[in-house]
Design a protein around this ligand. Structure first.
Ligand SMILES: Nc1nc2c(c(=O)[nH]1)N[C@H]1C(S)=C(S)[C@@H](COP(=O)(O)O)O[C@H]1N2
Ligand SMILES: [Mo]
Length: 490
C-alpha cells in the first residue's frame, strides 16, 4: 500500500512539474496554449449544449475554475496511475506521457486561434513529466538508501514545480500585462441625462455586471497594436487602429444587455452607459454589398458572433463600444473594443475583444452559438423580474413595496402587472426610461396580509404582446415564463 501511494505521488509530482514548466513557458508567449487551458477550451467547445446550459445555470461564473479544476483532477488521476503502473512496467512511462502530451497538443492545435507554437507547451510538459517520473522511479529502485534518495527527489521536483508555477503567475501579471487605459474622447452625441425619478440600480456598476463567455483566460489585448479589419462582401476592405476608431464621432447610450442563457428571474442582465462608434457609417464606408445579410464578428481568441446586417442599418445604436460607465471596457467585458446590438441577446450581437468584422450571408456561415443549435437572429424576448421583496422574505403586514425590472429592448415596455396568489392582474407604476433600449424599473404597493403568498409579474411590450406564461428553457432562443416568488407576511 505504501509503495502504491509512493508511486502514485511520483506520477502526480512529475506531471505537476511538467505542467508548471509548460505554464511558465506559455506565459512568456501564449498563455492560452498552456496545457490545462488548451484542454479546458477544447472541452468547452465540444461540450453538448444541455451540459453547457447546466454549467452556466448551476455554476455561474464559477464554471471556469470548476472546469479547470476537473481537468487538473483527471490529469492527476491519470498521472497517479502512470506512476503505479510505470513502476511495474517502465515502458508505460514514455507511452503514457506521449499519450498525455499528444492529447494536450491536439487540444491546443484545434483551438480557433492555434498557431504552430500552440502544441509546444504540451509537448514540453510531457517530455519533462516523463523524464522526471522515470528518474523518480529509478531512485525507488536503487537497492540501498532508496527511501532517502526518493525523498530527496520529491523535495527537488516539488520545489521546482512550485518555483515554476510562481514564475508563471508572476510573468502573466507582468510580461503578459498590457495597457488597459484609454484616453476617451467626448461623445459627439452624449447620452440623454438619466430621467429624474429613476430608482437606484438603473445602471449596473461595471464591477457587478454579469460576465458570460467561453474564455478560460481573459484575453489581454494590447490597445497599441489592436486593429479592426472589416472585410468580406465589401467594396474596399477597411483596417482601423484604435486611434482611427477613436477619431470618429462617438455616441453614448444607456443600453441593457442580457444573456440568452438567463433563466426566468435570473441575474444575467445589466444596464450600462456605453460609449462607442456607430457601426452603420463604417459599413457604408467599406462599401457593404447588398447581398450581405450577416456580420460575423471575430474576437482575438476565436469567438464568432453573427449579427444581422439589418440591425446595424435600421437606425438602432449598434456600435463598437470602447467604454462602459465612463471608463474603458474592463478586460473581462471586452477591452479594448466590443460590439453591442440593442435588442439582441449577447450571443447574437455583443462580441467582446472583437478584431474582425466579416460581411457575409447567413446561408454561408454559422457562427459559434448557431453551430451549437442556438436560434437566429437572437431577438430579446419580453420579460420581467421581481427584485423586491426577495424570495422567501418575511415582510410585515401592511403596505409592502414590490419592485423590479422589465425589458423588451427596441420595442419598449408599456405595462407591468402583478398578481398576488394568482388573483387579478394589477398595474404597477413604470419609472421613466431614456429609450426603449433599456430595462424599465417598476414598483407596486401591496397591501399585504399575514400568511404565505405568491407574487407573479408579467410585462407587455409596445407591440401589445403580453409576456407568455408558457415556460421555455433558455435553449434555443431564450427562457419564457413568469417570474413568481413566495413570501410569508408576518
Ligand atoms: N469573444 C466573446 N464575446 C462574447 C462571448 C464570448 O464567449 N466570447 N459571449 C457572448 C455572450 S453569450 C454574452 S451574453 C455577452 C456577455 O457580455 P458580458 O460578459 O460583458 O456581460 O458577451 C457575448 N460576447
Ligand atoms: Mo449569452
Amino acid at each position: 500500500m505504501r509503495d502504491l501511494l509512493r508511486d502514485a505521488a511520483a506520477g502526480v509530482l512529475a506531471a505537476g512539474l511538467g505542467i508548471a514548466v509548460a505554464e511558465l513557458f506559455a506565459a512568456t508567449t501564449r498563455p492560452d496554449a498552456a496545457p490545462l487551458i488548451a484542454v479546458g477550451g477544447a472541452i468547452i467547445d465540444a461540450t453538448p449544449t444541455p451540459v453547457k446550459e447546466f454549467a452556466v445555470r448551476e455554476l455561474g461564473t464559477n464554471d471556469k475554475p470548476v472546469l479547470l479544476g476537473s481537468v487538473g483532477l483527471v490529469l492527476a488521476l491519470f498521472a497517479a496511475a502512470l506512476g503505479v503502473l510505470g513502476r511495474r512496467r517502465r515502458i508505460l512511462v514514455p507511452i503514457g506521457t506521449v499519450v498525455l502530451g499528444a492529447a494536450g497538443a491536439t487540444a491546443a492545435l484545434t483551438r480557433p486561434t492555434a498557431s504552430a507554437f500552440s502544441p509546444v507547451p504540451s509537448l514540453l510538459a510531457a517530455a519533462i513529466a516523463g523524464a522526471t517520473l522515470w528518474w523518480l522511479l529509478r531512485t525507488v529502485d536503487q537497492p540501498t538508501g532508496n527511501r532517502r534518495a526518493f525523498l530527496r527527489g520529491v523535495v527537488l521536483v516539488g520545489g521546482a514545480a512550485v518555483l515554476a508555477e510562481a514564475g508563471a503567475q508572476l510573468l502573466t501579471r507582468t510580461v503578459g500585462r498590457v495597457r488597459t487605459d484609454l484616453a476617451l474622447p467626448a461623445p459627439s452625441s452624449p447620452a440623454k441625462p438619466v430621467p429624474t425619478g429613476i430608482a437606484p440600480g438603473f445602471t449596473t456598476p461595471s464591477a457587478d455586471f454579469y460576465r458570460v463567455d467561453t474564455a478560460l483566460t481573459v484575453p489581454r489585448v494590447d490597445p497599441d497594436t489592436w486593429t479592426l479589419r472589416i472585410h468580406g462582401m465589401v467594396g474596399t476592405e477597411l483596417k482601423l487602429s484604435l486611434d482611427d476608431l477613436l477619431r470618429r464621432p462617438l455616441i453614448e447610450r444607456d443600453i441593457t444587455l442580457n444573456c440568452v442563457s438567463n433563466e426566468v428571474g435570473g441575474p444575467y442582465i445589466g444596464t450600462a452607459r456605453w460609449l462607442g462608434v456607430p457601426l452603420a457609417p463604417l459599413l457604408r464606408e467599406a462599401g457593404l454589398r447588398p447581398e450581405a445579410d450577416q456580420i460575423v464578428a471575430r474576437s482575438v481568441e476565436g469567438m464568432t458572433i453573427g449579427t444581422p446586417v439589418a440591425t446595424a442599418l435600421d437606425g438602432r445604436d449598434t456600435m463598437l463600444a470602447v467604454a462602459m460607465n465612463g471608463e474603458p471596457l474592463r478586460p473581462e467585458h471586452g477591452f479594448p473594443v466590443r460590439m453591442l446590438t440593442p435588442g439582441l441577446y449577447g450571443y447574437a450581437g455583443a462580441c467582446k475583444w472583437v478584431t474582425e468584422l466579416e460581411l457575409t450571408t447567413f446561408a454561408k456561415f454559422d457562427a459559434y452559438w448557431v453551430e451549437r443549435g442556438w436560434a437566429r437572429p437572437g431577438t430579446v424576448k419580453t420579460a420581467s423580474r421581481i427584485d423586491k421583496p426577495r424570495p422567501f422574505a418575511r415582510p410585515a403586514a401592511g403596505p409592502v413595496t414590490v419592485a423590479g425590472v422589465a425589458w423588451a429592448q427596441r420595442r419598449g415596455i408599456t405595462k407591468v402587472e402583478i398578481s398576488v396568489d394568482g388573483g387579478t392582474w394589477q398595474a404597477a407604476e413604470l419609472l421613466p426610461v431614456p429609450s426603449t433600449d433599456t430595462w424599465v424599473q417598476w414598483r407596486w404597493t401591496w397591501n399585504a396580509t399575514a400568511g404565505p403568498h405568491s407574487l407573479s409579474v408579467r410585462a407587455t411590450d409596445s407591440t401589445g404582446q403580453v409576456q407568455t406564461e408558457a415556460r421555455a428553457t433558455p435553449f434555443p432562443s431564450g427562457a419564457t415564463g413568469r417570474h413568481t416568488i413566495t413570501v410569508t407576511v408576518e
